[in-house]
Write a protein that binds this ligand. Structure first.
Ligand code: AHM
Ligand code: MG
Length: 336
């Protein structure tokens, strides 16, 4: 049987679901950039790419060399093709303007170039998360700078979301709004090949993921819920749960897509100005779309993540996502 590469899958999507050619091109370019990032990540100490820089990003986090390299790979790959009106990234304070010498297009690309950077130096899986939005008509083709407000659209408006995971295998997980497909990088072929055709998050689970070291800072609903999970068989949920925390959202979400589970990064009391750690536009929204498309659920404790109206590019939100039964339970605890 012939293998279905990402390119072939996208062409079939154009035929069966009218995926526009420029969106197809955009995804191909992002995938190519992810291959280049995967290559850089895999060099490790041999490529001199590990370690930190002296700089900080807009969130005050120290940038790793690979954060900056990955950001540049994505910008350079995507700026010239004529399919984008602008880009935004975890690593840049403001929206990235397409240089005047290149044509502009209809889409916006938002990304976290290398999520889980704290894991790079210890050789644990990291990844690239991305989200594609349509540029509002009135801002397309405008001369002058594209404003931040063009990006501030709820996650329901995403036309595509995905992530690449750089682990024992490099994989690209993708949704165009009709299910989730998983592609594995065939390094001999140089292509992503469709290996996971039907991805479904089981409705119930016995596995949870949370950074337990923050327990003393959590709000009451999360204390209650995790307390019940830890109580196991003798508690109100009547069964034992297992815990995993990789501290790389891509790796934790990938496990959940593979075998179910619930992932939580709640708001906590450490910094009242910070409603959670994860960013809405390039972490929570793309992951929420992928999880929903695989039959799971994603909320911020009170509402569906995809319904949140963003107010700024680097906005943070609490995140609860994964197997439906558990996400609905913790959401109900927030409401009661
Ligand atoms: P980053 O984008 O700076 O890498 O931060 C996001 C990461 C997520 O991948 C992960 O779920 C979380 O931060 C881990 O946080 P913690 O260090 O509290 O365990
Ligand atoms: Mg991140």
């Amino acid at each position: 049987m012939s293998r279905v590469t990402l390119s072939r899958y996208l062409i079939e999507q154009t035929r069966s679901h009218n995926t526009p050619a420029d969106l197809r091109f955009l995804i191909e370019v992002v995938a190519r950039a992810c291959k280049a990032i995967s290559h850089q990540v895999s060099k490790g100490a041999l490529g001199g790419v590990l370690g930190s820089l002296d700089s900080e990003n807009v969130q005050g986090e120290v940038q790793k060399k690979l954060d900056v390299i990955s950001n540049e790979i994505l910008l350079e790959a995507n700026e010239w093709g004529g399919h984008l009106a602008g880009m935004a990234s975890e690593e840049m304070d403001n929206a990235y303007q397409i240089p005047g010498k290149y044509p502009k297009g209809a889409y916006l690309l938002v990304f976290d170039p290398l999520d889980g950077s704290s894991n790079i130096d210890v050789n644990v899986s990291v990844g690239t998360i991305f989200s594609v939005l349509r540029c509002p008509d009135e801002q397309q083709g405008e001369t002058g700078d594209l404003g931040e407000d063009a990006f501030l659209q709820p996650g329901t408006e995403q036309v595509c979301a995905g992530y690449a995971i750089y682990g024992p295998q490099t994989m690209l997980m993708l949704t165009l709004g009709n299910g989730v497909k998983g592609f594995t990088l065939d390094r001999e072929l140089g292509s992503f090949v469709l290996t996971h055709d039907t991805i479904k998050v089981p409705e119930s689970t016995k596995e949870f993921a949370i950074n337990m070291s923050n327990q003393r800072h959590w709000e009451a609903p999360v204390q209650r819920y995790v307390g019940e999970l830890l109580a196991g068989e003798s508690g109100p949920l009547g069964r034992n749960y297992n815990m995993r925390w990789i501290a790389s959202m891509v790796a934790d979400v990938h496990r959940i897509l593979t075998r179910g589970g619930v992932f939580m990064y709640p708001r906590d009391g450490r910094d009242p100005a910070m409603p959670g750690k994860l960013r809405l536009m390039y972490e929570a929204n793309p992951m929420a779309m992928i999880i929903e498309q695989a039959g799971g659920a994603a909320t911020d404790g009170s509402q569906r993540i995809l319904d949140i109206q963003p107010t700024s590019l680097h906005q943070r939100v609490p995140v609860f996502l994964g197997s439906k039964e558990e996400v609905l339970r913790i959401t109900a605890y927030h409401r009661s």
